[in-house]
Write a protein that binds this ligand. Structure first.
Ligand code: 5RP
Length: 223
């Protein structure tokens, strides 16, 4: 199967997961990226049973609205049953690297509100140790150089993502050369650097459920 076929397959299983587990009228968080886009296209078929969605990016909000799916402001939502999103890497402890699409901050906020985080990805994203995919860090523009120096002290090689301004008006530093043996510790350490808005490690709040598309079918893994 091609990678797109795997993404399509996992999106279908995620749609069924939502149809089975989200109470009718419940609120669904929706992630960002190509796998999330397949998922959005799938949930158009069940939009009448979803009370509303919260989007993790402007791009996702637009795609949801094109399907006629209701998009809510997170501040108007008291509880969210399920958040479905992709990942750039996921380890066996269900910690993830995210932010390849630059939406990490809103993704982390939506994930924090959701009861269940369902990660959807193809098998190429499952790794023993994260870090091969450069770790995205969203920074306040005036702090870019300071944060970059601090990330070097942590053992990484930060590179500014050219031409990228996030939905929040900030910049992204992609940190190369990390081998992330302690995802929770590194997530906390980077969060301590003044000028960092969010880093792409989703370890303190990892995935609760992983739907993993393989050539043999979609596997369900839980914490
Ligand atoms: C966007 C993300 C995405 O979930 C991640 O980049 C995976 O994207 P894709 O499904 O296109 O491989 O974190 O900020």
């Amino acid at each position: 199967m091609t990678q797109d076929e795997l993404k399509q397959a996992v999106a279908r299983v995620a749609r069924d997961y939502v149809a089975d587990r989200l109470p009718v009228g419940g609120i669904l968080g929706v992630g960002t990226g190509s796998t999330a886009n397949f998922f959005i296209d799938e949930i158009a078929a069940i939009k009448d049973r979803i009370g509303g969605t919260v989007a993790s990016s402007e791009a996702t909000a637009k795609r949801l609205q094109r399907h006629g799916i209701r998009v809510l402001d997170l501040n108007d939502v008291d509880a969210m049953g399920i958040y479905v999103d992709g990942a750039d890497e996921i380890d066996h402890g269900m910690a993830m690297v995210k932010g390849g699409g630059g939406a990490l901050t809103r993704e982390k906020i939506v994930a924090a509100v959701a009861t269940t985080f369902v990660c959807i990805c193809d098998a190429s994203k499952r790794v023993a140790v994260m870090g091969k995919f450069p770790l995205p860090v969203e920074v306040i523009p005036m702090a870019r150089a300071h944060v970059a120096r601090e990330l070097v002290k942590l053992g990484g090689t930060p590179k500014l993502r050219e031409g990228m301004v996030t939905d929040n008006g900030n910049l992204i530093l992609d940190v190369h050369g990390l081998s992330i043996a302690d995802p929770v510790g590194l997530e906390r350490q980077i969060n301590q650097v003044v000028g960092v808005v969010t880093n792409g490690l989703f370890a303190e709040r990892g995935a609760d459920v992983l739907l993993l598309a393989t050539d043999g079918g979609v596997e369900t893994c839980t914490r």
